[in-house]
Design a protein around this ligand. Sequence first.
Ligand code: ZN
Length: 89
Amino acid sequence: MIQLTTATAIENAITKARTVKPRVHVNCFGNYTVENKQTGANYTVTCEKRDGKRFASCTCRAGELGRACYHVAAAVAAHIQLAAERASH
Ligand SMILES: [Zn+2]
C-alpha cells in the first residue's frame, strides 16, 4: 500500500509513466488494470480514500514493496480524471 501525499512523492513514477506510456483499463472506479504495451505485462492498481488520505496499491513487485511504481502513477492520473468527471455531474 502506497500513500499518495503530494505529486512530488510520485514524481519519478510519473516521469516513467510518461516514457513507458502504459495502457490503463478502467475496471471500475478505483480499480484499474495497467498494461505495459512492450512486455504485455498486466498489473492491477487500486485507489482508495481512507480518512481523507489517498492510497494506492499495485500488484507488481515494486508496488508490493510499497514503492510508487509507474503503474500507480498512470492509474492515479486516470483516477483523478474520472473523479473530476464524476464531481462535475
Ligand atoms: Zn506497479
